[in-house]
Ligand binder design. Structure first.
Ligand code: SF4
Length: 329
């Protein structure tokens, strides 16, 4: 049953849902969580696939037709292909953000189940530096998983997300640019955001997209592409036609104006912005037997209060209590 579109108080129509299927991860990236990990949710606290399916079906009927599965690391939920099979008929586009460590094991099943787009997080192409940042000696396995994924024509486009950290990423810029030119992947640099568990984020640690773009352009001239509506990335093609590269600049060039995204956490909280300080509990009403009409009202009320923009650059910015690994990006 089609319902009225889901619209926020600023007139923005919501079309994109990020679903965190777990808060757990098999990596320990320094810009995300401490070496010892975080206290994980109990299994009973995590939404079941059937609960996710019900919420996605409801949101889909309100026009939210693009769904991205995230984590933590979503592939640590072994039966993820089953969820993909449940959601595929409900949406127009189903994508996954992964650290790539389990791609060799799961790529085929997920592609066959219906995943249409892929984002793989890789922050360094050098083994020792990859280990330094993720606290896992896993670069080889991630690259092998990527290669395996790339053998499925329906898996493309494949995007590589690399976090831009000042004092670290500068040495990765040209290797990543060359990587994008030599492989069927689109590399995108993402500015470091204040969502880390250690609350160590500082503007000085952000290597901006523009700085990285200029460094690439100097060696490999770039041509800008028109920005897609609601897009988080500014993309460029290499002037000589050998691939594309992108920059996601939430800190230096926020893209909140036409934001059409909302998020569902693994424990069933609706977040209307990545940096929300408030959340709406959907799990409790779901488990209390709420009707779709009641859930719809709760969702519409929450979305109507969606933040106009983030306040990362504003004096007095308050970092959300929930970390990136528990939001899902
Ligand atoms: S920071 Fe919030 S409002 Fe801005 S683009 Fe991200 S989710 Fe949308």
């Amino acid at each position: 049953m089609a319902r009225e579109p889901l619209v926020d108080g600023h007139g923005r129509r919501i079309g994109d849902l990020r679903v965190s299927v777990t808060d757990r991860c098999n990596f320990r990236c320094q810009y995300c969580m401490p070496a010892e990990g975080l206290p994980w949710l109990e299994r009973s606290e995590v939404l079941t696939f059937e609960e996710i399916e019900r919420l996605v079906a409801l949101l889909s009927s309100m026009g939210v037709r693009d769904v991205r599965l995230t984590g933590g690391e979503p592939l640590v939920r072994r039966d993820l292909p089953r969820l993909v099979g449940m959601l595929r008929p409900l949406v127009d586009d189903l994508s996954v953000t992964t650290n790539g460590f389990l791609l060799e094991r799961d790529a085929e099943a997920l592609v066959r189940a219906g995943v249409t787009r892929w984002n793989v997080s890789v922050d360094s192409l050098q083994r020792d530096r990859f280990f330094e940042l993720t606290r896992r000696d896993a670069l080889g396995r991630v690259l092998a998983g990527l290669e395996h994924l790339a053998t499925f024509p329906e898996a493309h486009p494949i995007k590589i997300n690399a976090v831009g950290l000042r004092g670290f990423t500068e040495d990765e810029v040209l290797p990543f640019a060359a990587f994008a030119r030599e492989h069927p992947y689109e590399v995108r640099f993402i500015e470091f955001m204040p969502l880390d568990a250690d609350h160590a984020w500082d503007l000085d640690k952000v290597l901006t997209g523009e700085e990285i773009r200029a460094a690439v352009h100097e060696h490999f001239p770039l041509e800008a592409e028109p920005r897609e509506p609601h897009s988080t990335a500014r993309t460029y093609r290499f002037a000589d036609g050998r691939g594309r590269i992108g920059f996601i600049n939430p800190v230096s060039e926020p893209f909140c104006g036409d934001c059409n995204r909302i998020r569902l956490t693994a424990d069933g909280r609706l977040r209307t912005c990545l940096f929300s300080l408030n959340e709406t509990d959907l799990r409790a009403p779901l488990r209390a037997g709420a009707s779709d009409a009641e859930l719809e009202k709760t969702i519409r009320d929450a979305v109507w209060r969606k933040e106009l923009k983030h306040r990362v650059n504003d004096p007095g910015f308050v970092q959300p209590a929930r970390t990136m690994s528990a939001i899902g990006g």
